[in-house]
Design a protein around this ligand. Structure first.
Ligand code: IDP
Ligand code: MG
Length: 142
């Protein structure tokens, strides 16, 4: 299935100058970049993005991290894009990530793990509409 998903190069990835390498990793995996922007989100937006984790002990730390400096948000499209991005990203904890994955190469720790990828097609739709409200299939050309 051709799917769309949302990926983020989180603040640590931008601060470490890894944006170009990470975009290359996604393109080399066969994914198409459909939309791309750099954005410095505020804490309220960060809380909404991670609302499913609101009861976790690390929620506040995560919100502070994701809003600390600019990040790069993108819509990626391809066969099984949701799973492909998560495979290229690697395990949530960089110390458990497979060699060659983005989190293996650049991840600092469990919080600053460099990238985000939606975890399902349903969540991808929600996240794309949050991060790219201007991206509407109904009025954009293919
Ligand atoms: P995922 O990003 O691999 O889908 P999730 O469980 O959805 O992982 O967690 C979202 C984000 O929250 C992670 O990418 C990471 O930045 C942060 N996070 C997850 N687990 C922990 C933890 O145990 N301590 C600190 N931060 C965490
Ligand atoms: Mg997740």
């Amino acid at each position: 299935m051709v799917e769309k998903t949302l990926a983020l190069v989180k603040p640590d990835g931008v601060e470490g100058n890894h944006v170009g390498e990470i975009l290359n990793d996604y393109e080399q995996a066969g994914l198409k970049i459909l939309a791309l922007k750099m954005i410095h989100v505020n804490k309220e937006f960060a809380r909404q993005h991670y609302i499913d984790l609101k009861d976790k002990p690390f929620y506040q730390e995560l919100v502070d991290f994701i809003s600390r400096s600019p990040l790069v948000a993108m819509i990626l499209e391809g066969e099984n894009a949701v799973d492909t991005v998560r495979r290229v990203n690697g395990a949530t904890d960089p110390s458990e990530a497979v060699e060659g994955t983005i989190r293996f190469k650049y991840g600092g720790g469990k919080t600053d793990n460099t990238v985000h990828g939606s975890d399902s097609v349903e969540h991808a739709k929600r996240e794309i509409s949050m991060w790219f409200p201007e991206f509407l299939d109904s009025y954009l050309n293919d």
